[in-house]
Design a protein around this ligand. Structure first.
Ligand code: HEM
Length: 139
């Protein structure tokens, strides 16, 4: 289900479920002209790269083909984090997402009841009205 996973990845690029995570600096280091002292808490964000046109041209466009072939370079697209603390639930989440998508798109047609519903961050993105959808059987 490569194409379905590319669609899921593109959805998570535009609206990542997790915003990032904390790290503690193990040594003094410099980044982008700033000195981060040992012991400081830092927060890396998924958003730093996923809407950067340098890595994702025309970043607001929904385009699952971005993930074809080798896809983005390592550590450019990180909805599940990276390194030793990368999300251990990634493969389980992938399975659940694909099973859900398969059943939804093969059995139903769906229409959003509120077309331009906004999202709030809690800190995960949540549709403000609860994402009401109208399900119709697939012909
Ligand atoms: C779409 C679904 C999910 C997303 C986007 C997601 C995202 C993330 C992110 C960004 C992190 C931080 C990684 C880092 O610090 O480098 C994380 C950590 C973690 N996730 Fe997930 N996750 C998902 C599903 C799951 C599931 C299904 C499980 C368990 C069944 C899970 C268990 C964990 C655990 C235990 C950690 C902490 C890992 C550590 O600090 O060593 N996640 N996740």
């Amino acid at each position: 289900m490569k194409y379905s996973w590319n669609v899921a990845c593109e959805s998570m690029r535009l609206l990542p479920p997790a915003q990032g995570a904390y790290r503690v600096a193990m040594t003094d280091f410099s980044f982008a002209g700033y000195t981060i002292p040992k012991g400081w808490k830092t927060f890396w964000t998924v958003h730093s790269t996923n809407k950067n046109p340098k890595y994702f041209p025309d970043p607001e466009k929904f385009d699952p083909s971005r993930f074809e072939g080798n896809g983005p370079a390592p550590f450019i697209y990180v909805p599940f984090g990276g390194g030793p603390h990368m999300c251990p639930g990634k493969e389980y989440a992938r399975l659940e997402i694909l099973v859900f998508m398969h059943n939804l798109v093969t059995k139903f047609k769906l229409m959003k009841v509120i077309p331009n519903e906004k999202f709030i961050y809690t800190p995960s993105p949540v549709p403000v009205e609860g994402l009401h959808i109208r399900l119709l059987p697939h012909n």
